[in-house]
Design a protein around this ligand. Structure first.
Ligand code: TXA
Ligand code: MG
Length: 323
């Protein structure tokens, strides 16, 4: 059922059902974080391995101690600056909190979203909502209600539909504060430099073997079904020449600098925004739309190597890593 009615969504959660709901990043597939049947259903519907932990959405930073313990003051610094908003914190889990939510780990992911419908839902429900992105495992996250419906259909009890697509368009920035050294686990549109400015110290940006599992780090995540290539302008001409008999779609934020090969009638050109904010907002919708076409390849022009574009290039790298 697709609805705008918060009460229906709350009743669904209370009865152990699943509600897909909009956040400012992407749609979440929500279930009552205290109901293990609902949590198991999330894993089943998403087809997600049980060791991939979920994010618990809460209404307010004051609810952190209900889920986490040994919360460092830095968690509150980040919460005060960025919540409600697109940042997720990894903290030490309270012993009483089910390890089903955390993929068996002793750390837990928490976030206060700022989308008005997510806020209304959390306030009315009055407890935490576990919600991974509302896509099947390894698919691209949906950013509007229709895409959720196409992705999950009848397997979700209720879709809470916003009037417009998610504002940010990419998943939240994940910062691990469960040890003494803050670490970036997933880049998002809130930049690491912004987090560092608030903390007054560096955040470790590169993965190492000791880092906890984060399914967003799986190279097959976020991939379209159509073979996807991330190419610089220099790499593009060769690719276009070698594949000049194929049906291609080419996403570019910089049409005027594309090589002459782009003028082949087998190529559909899509102009992407040339600023990171609008590019991020459009990316998943565009990938989902072109993936429905009968193209043999999706070609995406590499984006600038600048901090503003880091989360986008992370997702494009994953999209082009194949399935
Ligand atoms: O923007 C978002 O974060 C969206 C919206 C719905 O809030 N949610 C989202 O959830 O992207 P999901 O499940 O698709 O991604 C959650 C990420 C995964 O990469 C997961 O592995 C990581 O958070 N994560 C969760 N708990 C963790 C933990 N204890 N340690 C390390 N990573 C964790
Ligand atoms: Mg996801």
């Amino acid at each position: 059922m697709i609805t705008k009615n918060i009460e229906i969504a709350v009743r669904t959660l209370t009865n152990g059902g699943l509600v897909a709901f909009p956040t400012e990043t992407v749609y979440g597939l929500g279930g009552d974080a205290k109901n293990s049947l609902a949590i198991n259903k999330i894993y089943r519907v998403k087809n997600r391995p049980k060791d991939h932990p979920l994010i618990i959405h809460i209404a307010d930073k004051n609810d952190l101690p209900l889920w986490a313990e040994k919360i460092p003051p830095e968690a509150y610094l980040i919460a005060e600056s960025f919540w409600p908003g697109p940042v997720t914190l990894i903290l030490q889990k309270r012993k009483a909190v089910s390890a089903l939510l955390t993929g068996g780990q002793n750390t837990i992911a928490l976030r206060v979203p700022r989308h008005p419908m997510a806020k209304a839902l959390l306030e009315a429900f009055g407890s935490g909502i576990a919600a991974p992105s509302a896509n099947k495992f390894t698919h691209v996250s949906p950013t509007n209600a229709q895409d959720v419906d196409e992705e999950l259909g009848e397997s979700v009890d209720c879709i809470l539909a916003a009037d417009s697509a998610c504002e940010v368009g990419l998943e939240s920035t994940i910062i691990d504060l469960s040890t003494n050294i803050p670490k970036l686990l997933r880049p998002g549109m809130i930049k690491v430099s912004e987090i560092e400015a608030v903390l007054g110290r560096f955040v470790v940006k590169h993965q190492n073997e000791n880092m906890p599992r984060a399914s967003g780090m799986h190279q097959l995540h976020y991939a379209p079904k159509t073979k996807t290539h991330l190419l610089s302008i220099n790499e593009m001409q060769d690719f276009l020449t070698q594949n000049n008999k194929c049906w291609l779609v080419l996403l570019s934020h910089d049409l005027k600098n594309l090589p002459p090969g782009k003028d082949n009638k087998n190529i559909q050109l899509i102009k992407m925004p040339n600023d990171a904010y609008n590019y991020a907002r459009k990316l998943y919708q565009t990938l989902r739309a072109v993936d429905k076409g009968e193209y043999q390849h999706i070609v995406i022009q590499k984006v600038p190597e600048e901090e503003d574009w880091l989360a986008i290039s992370d997702r494009l790298t994953k999209a082009s890593a194949g399935r």
